[in-house]
Design a binder for this molecule. Structure first.
Ligand code: ZN
Length: 372
C-alpha cells in the first residue's frame, strides 16, 4: 500500500511500510510512483527506553541501552542509507530516491502506550517514565559521497519541505512537545554513518535549553513587552559586523555572544514560530543563504568543516509567541588541526570560554572567496 500526500512546491510524499512495521516517506518532485517492497526479513522492533529525572538540575535524561548495537561507520558498499541495488537490501527499498524520511531503527525515543504522561518533577521521588517521543532519519540525497553543502537549491527546497511536513505531522501527536531537526556532520561530532543525512528528534518534554530560552523570553516580555529574539536580530542588523550572508528573506550572522569558534545563526527576516509558518517566498529563499553559509564554512580552512546544524523551533504547545525559528550551526574547529573541546569549564560548569571574538570569525567567513 502506498499513501500519497501532496505538499507545497509540487512535492509529493509517498508513504510505504517497511518489513518491521516502520514507515518510510519518499518526498518526490517528478511524480514518481513508489512501490518497491522492503524484502528484508521481519525483525522485532527494540523496546522503549526510559526517562529519568536528573533532579540536581531538574532535567530529563533518556536512557536507551538498546542503542549500543547500532551500526558504526560501515564501508560504503554496506551503507544502509543508499538506495537498494540488487540484493544489497538497505533501509530504502527503492533503487532511487530524492529525499526520504523513515523511523529510526534504534530510536532513543518512541511512541508510548496509551495514557502516557510525563511525571511531575518532584526531586528524587520522581518516578521514571517510558521514553516517549519519535526519532526519524532524513536522507538528503541518494548520492553517498556528497554532503548537504553539495545539494542543489532544488534539493535543499525538497529537504526543507520534508522538515516542514514532519514538523506539521509530529506536532499533532499528543505526547510531543518539541520538534528538533538537526544534522551532525563529521566524525569529530560523533557521526556514525557518512551518507548525507540528518535526524529529527521529537521530544515528549521541553529540552533544558528550550526551557531556559523560554524563561529568558518570558522575563524579557514582562520587562519590555517585546520578543527577545526579534531584538537580538535587530541588534545584529544594526551592528552589521557579525553578518555573514543575507538575502531578501533570510539573514545569517555570528551571534554577539557566540560559544563556539564558528557559530552561525540563520533566521528568516519575518519571524515565525516554526517551519510550518514560513511563507512560500521564505521557503524558496532558504537554499541560497544556507548553501552560501555552508560553502563559506568549508572554505575557511579549505577542509570540510565538522558541524552540528540545529533547528530551533518554538515548542508545540507553549511559548509560540515568544520563541522563534532559527538554524544554529556550531563548529568545533578553531584552526586547521585544532578542535575546541568541551573542557572543564564548559562541560562541568556550563560556562563557555571563547578565545576568539565572534567579529573575527564573521570576518574570516565573509573574506572567503566563493567559486561560482
Ligand atoms: Zn550511502
Amino acid at each position: 500500500m502506498t499513501h500519497s500526500h501532496p505538499l507545497s512546491n509540487g512535492i509529493i510524499r509517498n508513504d510505504r511500510t517497511m518489513s518491521d512495521g516502520r514507515t518510510i516517506r519518499y518526498y518526490d518532485t517528478q511524480g514518481q510512483t513508489r512501490t518497491a517492497a522492503d524484502q528484508r526479513p521481519q525483525e522485532d522492533q527494540p523496546g522503549i527506553g526510559e526517562l529519568r529525572l536528573d533532579s540536581l538540575v531538574n532535567e530529563w535524561v533518556a536512557i536507551a541501552p538498546h542503542r549500543q548495537g547500532r551500526v558504526f561507520l560501515p564501508p560504503k558498499e554496506l551503507c544502509p542509507l543508499c538506495p537498494t541495488v540488487g540484493d544489497l537490501l538497505t533501509e530504502i527499498p527503492d533503487s532511487t530516491y530524492e529525499v526520504v524520511v523513515f523511523d529510526n531503527r534504534a530510536p532513543s525515543l518512541r511512541a508510548p502506550g496509551d495514557g502516557w504522561e510525563l511525571p511531575d518533577r518532584l526531586g528524587p521521588q520522581t518516578p521514571n517514565a517510558p521514553a516517549a517521543g519519535k526519532c526519524e532519519v532524513v536522507c538528503f540525497t541518494s548520492e553517498h559521497g556528497n554532503s548537504f553543502a553539495d545539494l542543489s537549491e532544488h534539493q535543499v527546497r525538497t529537504v526543507l519541505e520534508a522538515w516542514r511536513d514532519r514538523t506539521r505531522e509530529l506536532s499533532q501527536l499528543d505526547f510531543i512537545e518539541q520538534i528538533f531537526p538537526f544534522e551532525n556532520r563529521g566524525e569529530e561530532v560523533g557521526v556514525t554513518l557518512s551518507h548525507p543525512h540528518g535526524q529529527i528528534y521529537a521530544y515528549s518534554f521541553l529540552p533544558s535549553r528550550v526551557e531556559r530560552m523560554l524563561s529568558a523570553a518570558q522575563k524579557y516580555r514582562e520587562d519590555t513587552g517585546r520578543v527577545l529574539f526579534d531584538d537580538l536580530v535587530a541588534r545584529e542588523i544594526k551592528d552589521e559586523v557579525r553578518i555573514i550572508a543575507r538575502n531578501e528573506h533570510w539573514i545569517a550572522f555570528t551571534p554577539y555572544a557566540a560559544r563556539y569558534p564558528f557559530e552561525i545563526h540563520v533566521t528568516p527576516l519575518v519571524p515565525v514560530a516554526d517551519m510550518t509558518e514560513l511563507s512560500p517566498a521564505a521557503c524558496d529563499a532558504f537554499a541560497s543563504v544556507a548553501l552560501e553559509v555552508l560553502k563559506r564554512l568549508d572554505a575557511v580552512f579549505g577542509i570540510p568543516m565538522a558541524y552540528i546544524a540545529a533547528w530551533h523551533q518554538a515548542p508545540v504547545r507553549q511559548g509560540r509567541d515568544l520563541l522563534r525559528l532559527h538554524w544554529q550551526i556550531t563548529c568545533i574547529r578553531r584552526a586547521p588541526g585544532k578542535l575546541k573541546y568541551l573542557a572543564g569549564s564548559e562541560s562541568a560548569m556550563g560556562a563557555f570560554i571563547m578565545d576568539m571574538k565572534p567579529e573575527q570569525s564573521a570576518q574570516q567567513l565573509r573574506d572567503v572567496v566563493l567559486g561560482s
